[in-house]
Design a protein around this ligand. Sequence first.
Ligand SMILES: [Zn+2]
Length: 260
Amino acid sequence: MAEANEQVQQPEMASEQYIDILYRLQQANSEHDRLLALLGDLPEEVRDLEDEIEGLHTRGKKLQAELDERTLRMTNMRHEIKENEAKIKKYKGQLETASNDREYDSLNKEIEYLGLDIDLHNKQIKDAKARNEITTNELQSTQTHIDAKKVELEAKKEELDTLTASISKDLELLQQKADELKVQLPLRLQMGYERIRKNASDGRAVVPISRGACGGCWNRIPLQRTVDIQTSKKLIFCEYCGRIIVYDRVVEENESKISK
Ligand SMILES: [Zn+2]
């Protein structure tokens, strides 16, 4: 008989212990989540800045390539102008010794054509110079932009590193604590806890009962279940959100203080 009684009582004791472990496991996980949340948007901001700087570098390279290409074209055109000028000089010399009108006209036409070509090249060089001025300004402003973003990035990185360093030890300890607590639970409870936690938007699988409602979704809990929760005799799941509801003396005491 005594043996039978023990067998009946064991699950009840175990249930209370499990609830306590689940409660402490949730506290460790919630604190872990809270610390990670301290990093806020910093990791994303650092990544965004790195991407932006890379984009600006690409733009800078493109602008530099445009400048180089146009400068090379100007050099070639200046060279052609010089060649044309030399030809004109030569043809003008030949004009003096032209033996007939046909040769004379032909040389004149050639001189005129070379002159027009020089004019065209001079105009193109002028245009290219003007465009290079614009490109140079764009390149300079891109570089200024890069420098400013780099300063911003360094500041954000430093902030992130400092924050990460300040919480990394605590994160590690909390993870260790959570791991130690978790292995004390039967596998089905471990898995159930993780599943509920993953599905909960706030990462809480275990919530306190609060003014007769589920502390996760705020739906009312039937009175009989409230009693079960307060006595920790059974594991009670919220029938609306599926979270595990536990009795938290601290929460209850604070609330009775507020209602008074
Ligand atoms: Zn709920």
